[in-house]
Design a protein around this ligand. Structure first.
Ligand code: 5AD
Ligand code: SF4
Length: 510
């Protein structure tokens, strides 16, 4: 499906005809064009005196002082991949000359959506109603939707039919085109612009990015997924697996480090199968070793790892690379071999437990976290008990637990569903067990000194900061803003179950 051409005007066609061919250069060209359009609009509002009412308080003078031509608000739903996409969207909008604001009462509101479970979809529909009331009071306000949910044809149909006040819709494969699409919409005489790509092999490098944190950053190493777990909609909305070239990844990380980043999170739906489709194939273990050499980088995290692809070489690389954090997120999904087979996961209970043993033999204090789905079609009490058994044996640091959500178009949607009350009861039992174990496990470093990356001021306690250990556990300790982004030594004084209270100590040799 690719329909936005229907709504292109001859004026936009002229602008487009003059665009450079190289995709990066082309988007910078559209950023400039969009900037001109927003500036015209903003100057019009200022000249007519409407700007003062539209930008309340000191906002108008802030915009003028910063050389901006309007405001935007991005709301992100879902995973870290979406969070990173939003940073890219933010970067483009800033470059166009818009200012990011907290309120949804903005000139452009963009929802970056998730569709992995149905409750995420429902949230978006609910909030669209609210946006309509805002738009009625703010003529010219633009509402845009993008991300995974937009890759579903039934969603697009519903929005076109029932939410016709939405201005611009695009998907997961073409977020790099935001400036071009905005130009198109601004020159399209009030018609909804829709541009969804079914799939892509395109990876556009070097576009602007506005990071949420100065000291840490996500880095996409690959896009898409080839696994087709039978419950999961991701392969349908994020397309086939594509890896970025190692030299592009390394050069991005070097630039981030030069810009103050000390921790990177390598992102992919299944990082363990990185590099298979490259011209010169490379494994994820090899990539980790390359990234580990980058001077000035302190910490490397990654997610997500599929158990079926976790090689011995990767375990060795994790053990040997001193910058790789002491934490692995290893989704279990179910502890029942029968259900795992129905889920198309390509491992069984014994295989998973053997992998955990192997990991712990190589890296004894590694923190393990996981994802578990309760109530997959056909799950019996015995199947569920197998999941509980794995949870008790592995003793995860933490686990994300999900109630199975039926996703149209996936094989599991056609299987016999488990009654809701049964699922809910199992879910509560699992959550209780997970939390009990987690509170026992998380205190394992009590009364030791650990390196902590300070992330924020403490939300709850004045004069305190919040940071993370290498194994991802949170610690609060007395400190101020000057520590944010620094790695310091902290004595873990008290364990509170899921986090520690500590105090900073003199730097010790690692
Ligand atoms: N229902 C519930 N949970 C799901 N996940 C993926 N698809 C579904 C679904 N249909 C969970 C998996 C995955 C995590 C990101 O979301 O546990 O690892
Ligand atoms: Fe979904 Fe499975 Fe791919 Fe993860 S590995 S994104 S659960 S299909």
């Amino acid at each position: 499906m690719k329909t936005y051409k229907q709504n292109e005007t001859p004026e936009f066609e002229m602008i487009r005809a003059a665009a450079p061919e190289d995709e990066g250069a082309r988007q910078y060209y559209f950023i400039e064009q969009a900037r001109i359009l927003w500036k015209q609009q903003f100057d019009g509002l200022v000249d007519s005196g409407e700007a003062a009412a539209r930008y309340e308080g000191s906002l108008l003078s802030e915009l003028q002082a910063e050389g901006k031509y309007g405001t935007f608000h991005i709301a992100t739903f879902g995973c870290q991949m979406n969070a990173r996409d939003s940073e890219k969207l933010c970067g483009i909008l800033e470059q166009i000359g818009l200012k990011g604001v907290e309120s949804e009462n903005a000139d452009l509101v963009l929802y970056n959506t998730c569709t992995v479970r149905d409750n995420a979809n429902q949230k978006v529909y609910g909030r669209l109603g609210y946006l309509q009331t805002l738009k009625k009071k703010r003529p010219g306000m633009m509402i845009s939707l993008c991300g995974c949910m937009m890759q579903e044809p039934s969603v697009i149909e519903k929005i076109q039919k029932s939410y016709s006040y939405v201005d611009l819709i695009f998907g997961t494969h073409n977020i790099f085109k935001l400036a071009e699409l905005l130009c198109c919409r601004m020159m399209s005489e009030n018609r909804m612009v829709v541009d969804i790509w079914k799939d892509t092999d395109k990876i556009v490098e070097e576009l602007p990015v506005d990071r949420k944190y100065s000291f840490k950053s996500g880095v996409n190493i690959m896009f898409g997924c080839n696994n087709f777990c039978s419950y999961c909609i991701v392969p349908y909305v994020r397309g086939r697996e594509r890896s970025r070239k190692p030299e592009d990844i390394v050069s991005e990380i070097k630039k981030l480090v030069a810009d103050g980043v000390v921790e990177v999170m390598l992102l992919g739906q299944n990082v363990n199968s990185y590099g298979k489709n490259l011209e010169k194939p490379m494994t994820f273990a090899e990539l980790l070793r390359e990234i580990n050499k980058i001077e000035g980088l302190e910490r490397i995290r990654f997610m997500t790892s599929h158990p079926k692809d976790l090689s011995d070489d990767l375990i060795k690389a994790m053990r040997d690379c001193e910058k790789v954090c002491n934490h692995l997120h290893l989704p279990l999904q179910s502890g029942s071999s029968r259900i795992l087979k129905l889920m198309n996961r390509h491992y069984d209970k014994e295989g998973y437990l053997a992998l955990v043993d192997k990991l712990r033999a190589a890296i004894p204090d590694i923190a393990l976290t996981t994802d578990i789905i309760v109530g997959f079609p056909g799950e019996t009490e015995e199947d569920f008990e197998e999941t509980m058994d794995v949870v008790r044996r592995v003793r995860y640091d933490s686990a994300f637990t999900f109630i199975y959500s039926k996703r149209t178009g996936t094989p599991a949607a056609a299987m016999e569903q488990v009654p809701e009350d049964v699922v809910k009861e199992r879910f509560d039992r699992l959550l209780k067990e997970v939390q009990k174990i987690s509170s026992e496990v998380c205190g394992r470093d009590l009364h030791t000194t650990q390196k902590v990356l300070v992330e924020t001021l403490d939300d709850h306690k004045e004069g305190y900061v919040t940071g993370r250990l290498s194994n991802n556990t949170v610690v609060h300790f007395p400190g101020d803003e000057s520590l944010i982004g620094k790695i310091v030594d902290v004595w873990l004084e008290e364990s509170k179950g899921f986090y520690y209270m500590g105090k900073q100590v003199e730097r010790q040799e690692s």
